[in-house]
Design a binder for this molecule. Structure first.
Ligand code: SF4
Length: 429
C-alpha cells in the first residue's frame, strides 16, 4: 500500500514521523512524504499557533483533492488539543493524539478516534530514519516550564527523558549506516526535544554527559533549541573540550524586554539573557547564536518593543525566527486577556514590528557572515542546487560552493568568501 505521511510543526514531530515511516517501510508499505496520490494519508498535526492548526485542517482537504477514496489518519498536537476538528471531517477515518503515535500502524484498517492519556515516562520510538547527511535524534519530550503563551506542556505533558542507552544505540546505528537501510551513513546528529535543556539522566541534568558519550562516535553533534538557564561556564567549558561539538547555540529568547519576559513566565531577564550570550562568545567566539522572538505579546508597548530591538542588537544574533504572537486557548495568556489585565496588540502594529525585526535580522545576518570572511570551517556537503554544492558549516552557515570534484555527505575545509543569498559563498581551502 502507498502511505503518505504529512508532517507539520517541530523537529520532534518530524522525528516521530520518520520513525513511523521506517516501521511502515519495514512492513512492506511504500511511504512518501511529499503530497502525492496515496492509498492512506497520515497527518502528524501541529497546534503551536492558530495558523499551524489551520494548516493541519487544510492538509486534510488536500488529501481529499488528491484521492477522495483514501483513508486519512490524524495524530499530533492539533488533534490532542481538539480531536473533533478532525473527526468531523468527512474523509478522516481515525484520530489519535500525541501519545503512542506508533499505534497508528495497528489502526490502518480501523475507523474511530482514540486519544490516549499523555505518557508519564518517555515514549521510546526505537530507531528512526534520517536524511542522507544529518539525522535528528529525539532525546526528550514534554515540558514543565509553562510559558504563559505556550500550549505545548498541556498537549505534550510533563518533561521526560529518553534512556541514554537507547540514544547511544540509535546513534551507533545511524553512524555505521546499519539502520538507514541502503542510505549512506550520517555525518551529523542533531539532538532534539521539546525542552532539550531539561534532558536528565537518573533525575539529574544530563546533557553534557550525553554529549561526551556522543563525541566518541566521531560525527558532528548539534544541539536543537536551548533555554538560557542551561548556559554556565562549566557547561561551555566541557562542550569546548569536545572534538565534534558544533558551536551553534539556538538560545530561545522570545522577548528582549524584561517586563514582557515576566508576563511570558520566562525565567530570566533581558540582562541575564545577554550575560549568557557573552559567556557563549567567551568560549566560542565564532559561534552562531540564533534565537526565536515573539512579536506583539499581550500588552507589548512601544517601549517594550524598543527594548527588544536593543537587546537583539546587543546579542548580535546570527539569525532569528520571528513569530507574530498567536493567542492559544487554554493558556495563561488567555486568562490574562480575559481578566482584562492586558490587551491584544493590533495586527497592523504587529505586522510593522515584524517587518522592523526582519530588517534587523537581515543586517545582523550579513554582519555575522562578514565577521567570518577569510576564516576556515568544515562544510558538510548536502545537496546540489543550480551550479552550487550546498551544505552547512559546524556553526550552521549555509554554504554555496562552486567546485568540480566534490562528493556529497563529506566534510570539506572551506573559507568564507562573502555573504551570498541566505548564507555565504565559500571556496575550498
Ligand atoms: S519552554 Fe516554554 S515555550 Fe518551550 S515548550 Fe516549554 S512552555 Fe513551551
Amino acid at each position: 500500500m502507498k502511505i503518505c505521511i504529512h508532517t507539520l510543526g517541530c523537529k520532534v514531530n518530524q522525528y516521530e514521523s520518520d520513525a513511523l515511516a521506517e516501521c511502515l517501510r519495514k512492513l512492506g508499505h511504500e511511504v512518501c512524504t511529499d503530497l502525492e496520490i496515496a492509498d492512506i494519508y497520515i497527518l502528524n498535526s501541529c497546534a503551536v499557533t492558530n495558523e499551524a492548526e489551520r494548516k493541519s485542517r487544510q492538509a486534510v482537504s488536500k488529501f481529499y483533492a488528491l484521492n477522495p477514496n483514501a483513508k486519512v489518519l490524524v495524530c499530533g498536537c492539533a488533534s490532542e488539543k481538539d480531536d473533533a476538528q478532525f473527526s468531523s471531517l468527512k474523509n478522516v477515518n481515525f484520530v489519535s493524539g500525541v501519545a503512542n503515535k506508533m499505534k497508528l500502524i495497528e489502526k490502518l484498517d480501523i475507523d474511530g478516534a482514540e486519544i490516549d492519556p499523555l505518557p508519564l515516562a518517555y515514549d521510546d520510538f526505537g530507531l528512526s530514519t534520517s536524511s542522507n547527511t544529518r539525522a535528528y535524534v529525539k532525546i526528550q519530550d514534554g515540558c514543565n516550564n509553562f510559558c504563559s503563551y505556550c500550549i505545548i506542556p498541556y498537549l505534550r505533558g510533563r518533561s521526560r527523558s529518553r534512556d541514554i542507552v537507547s540514544i547511544l544505540n540509535e546513534v551507533e546505528g545511524l553512524v555505521s549506516g546499519a539502520i538507514t537501510d541502503n542510505k549512506p551513513f550520517v555525518n551529523e546528529i542533531v539532538l532534539t526535544g521539546i525542552n532539550l535543556s531539561d534532558f536528565k539522566i537518573d533525575g539529574k541534568s544530563g546533557l553534557i554527559t550525553l554529549l561526551k558519550e556522543l563525541d566518541k562516535f566521531g560525527v558532528r553533534i548539534r544541539l536543537g533549541s536551548l533555554e538560557q538557564g542551561l548556559i554556565s561556564d562549566d557547561f561551555l567549558k566541557e562542550a569546548k573540550a569536545l572534538k565534534n561539538f558544533c558551536p551553534h547555540f539556538h538560545l530561545s529568547m522570545q522577548s528582549g524586554s524584561s517586563s514582557v519576559l515576566k508576563r511570558m513566565n520566562r525565567k530570566y531577564t533581558a540582562k541575564e539573557y545577554l550575560k549568557s550570550v557573552r559567556k557563549i562568545r567567551k568560549f566560542f567566539p565564532d559561534s552562531a547564536i540564533t534565537t526565536d522572538v515573539i512579536v506583539g505579546f499581550l500588552g507589548e508597548t512601544k517601549k517594550e518593543f524598543n527594548e527588544t530591538c536593543k537587546t537583539i542588537k546587543k546579542a548580535k544574533f546570527a539569525s532569528m525566527h520571528i513569530f507574530p504572537f498567536s493567542l492559544r486557548t487554554g493558556t495563561v495568556a488567555e486568562k490574562l486577556l480575559l481578566n482584562g489585565k492586558y490587551s491584544l496588540v493590533s495586527s497592523e502594529i504587529i505586522k510593522k514590528r515584524v517587518k522592523k525585526l526582519e530588517k534587523i535580522n537581515k543586517k545582523l545576518k550579513k554582519k555575522y557572515i562578514n565577521s567570518l570572511k577569510g576564516k576556515k570551517f568544515q562544510m558538510l556537503t548536502e545537496t546540489i542546487h543550480d551550479d552550487f554544492i550546498v551544505g552547512h558549516t559546524e556553526n550552521f552557515i549555509k554554504c554555496y560552493l562552486q567546485a568540480n570534484i566534490v562528493e556529497l555527505n563529506t566534510l570539506y575545509q572551506v573559507e568564507i568568501v562573502e555573504p551570498y543569498k541566505d548564507g555565504a559563498l565559500v571556496k575550498i581551502s
